[in-house]
Design a protein around this ligand. Structure first.
Ligand SMILES: *Cc1c(COP(=O)(O)O)cnc(C)c1O
Length: 400
């Protein structure tokens, strides 16, 4: 059909009403209710484990969900969405500029690519094949900070140079050094702390990036690292913040964010083209962030601990069971309860499996020696008692 004929056809339905999401000109009838999980034979579960990617992350908060619904009804220019939303995020985070990325891993990768390319589109098109391009090719980090997430940087073609002491760091800096990378949750395992890292970077005029994807709460971490002087900060949107699982934030220096966006959709012929976030996710992340920042985190923390107490009391009411709050882990610092039992009184080797396979299905973390670890931040209010009761029942059943 020619364009003119299509237009003519469209005008034949003047009373057809709004164009629905399907793109159809005909007024859509209300959609039939479907239960998508049972339709696909999937079992849902109560998540007393945490926001793990393999468990589908966190559940979006209502603000994020509503933003997706509203944003999905209209078109607008993606670059403008990132401009406007990015500016609002930046002001909340004490940063010059910000963008929404496809997760924190994507923030690492796009931030890295931006540092390598600057505002040169040709250079962006050459990443990750840096040889012979004149692009700097080395990133320095502490040995203790070289975990799996640093792979995001290697994807851009750089070589990771690991150091242990400040002296080694100074010696490792060359004219090939593109960036100095720091990962916050591993800070206590490394010798060089934030301030010293930044001081040396500034002295040599090397851009810095910090990954703090695992470090919410507290919310103050969202701006702390900008205030300290890191040039780029990477955050996950789908963890404690409860934005879409596929979102993150890259925030920092204006020129570096502009350069990162040169490596990201809607632009193509670059390393980031496959890491698309559309307007729905950008808005959803923003509203999740806003809610997170406005939340009363002391009260929420107390709620998490109160829930732990409910579960701990139920479990330890069974003879031979020990339920104790364990020290916060390095990563994802959330109140965590360890439940273990005297094996001479309770014959139970597979509590985590029993909970998963029972009804309702409950997901917990495995702990040392067959014990389990439970967290409460992914629970809905009415699930706390259910988890407490199910754990108590399983333990009671196994008493010898
Ligand atoms: C979870 C995590 C990431 C990846 O975050 P995504 O949003 O899932 O991409 C990166 N770094 C650290 C330290 C993390 O904990």
């Amino acid at each position: 059909m020619k364009r003119r004929e299509i237009l003519k056809t469209l005008t034949m339905f003047p009373l057809a009403g709004a164009i629905g999401n399907s793109g159809s000109i005909v007024q859509a009838a209300p959609l039939p209710k479907r239960d998508i999980f049972s339709e696909f034979g999937l079992r849902t579960f109560i998540n007393a484990s945490g926001y793990f990617t393999s468990l589908s992350g966190s559940l979006m908060n209502d603000e994020a969900f509503e933003a997706i619904r509203d944003a999905s009804k209209h078109f607008c220019r993606l670059e403008e969405v990132q401009d406007k939303v990015g500016a609002r995020i930046a002001s909340l985070l004490h940063a010059e500029s910000a963008m929404v990325t496809a997760g924190a891993f994507s923030a690492l990768m796009l931030g890295m690519a931006g540092i390598l390319s600057g505002n040169d589109a040709k250079k962006a098109s050459q990443i990750p094949f840096l040889e012979g391009t004149g692009i700097k090719s080395e990133v320095i980090l502490q040995k203790a900070h070289n975990d799996g997430y640093a792979h995001a940087l290697k994807n851009c073609g750089v070589k990771l140079i690991t150091v242990t002491t400040a002296k080694e760091l100074e010696n490792a800096i060359t004219d090939q050094t593109a960036m100095m990378y720091f990962i916050n949750y591993q800070a206590s395992l490394g010798e060089i702390q934030h301030a010293e890292w930044l001081k040396i970077a500034k002295k040599h005029k090397i851009p810095t990036m910090i990954d703090m994807a695992a470090d919410l709460p507290p919310k103050e971490n969202l701006w702390k690292f900008h205030d300290m002087g890191f040039d780029l900060v990477c955050v996950s949107g789908g963890k404690f913040m409860r934005g879409p699982q596929s979102t993150g934030i890259l925030s920092g220096k204006k020129d570096l964010i502009a350069a990162a966006r040169l490596n990201a959709p809607p632009r193509g012929n670059n390393i980031g083209r496959g890491m698309k976030v559309n307007k729905e996710e950008v808005f959803a992340l923003y509203f999740a962030l806003e809610r997170f920042i406005n939340s009363d985190q002391d009260q929420e923390w107390k709620m998490l601990e109160d829930r732990i107490t409910v579960i701990a009391n139920a479990a330890s009411s069974v003879k031979g069971v020990k339920a104790e709050v364990i020290p916060l882990l390095l990563i994802n610092r959330i109140p965590t309860l360890n439940i273990s039992w005297d094996k001479s009184l309770i014959k139970l080797d597979n509590l985590a499996t029993n909970l998963r396979e029972g009804n309702p299905s409950i997901e917990v973390m495995g702990g040392p020696g067959g014990s389990i670890n439970v967290t409460t931040h992914m629970l809905k209010a009415d699930e706390v008692k259910i988890v407490a009761q199910r754990i108590k029942d399983e333990l009671t059943k196994a008493m010898v």
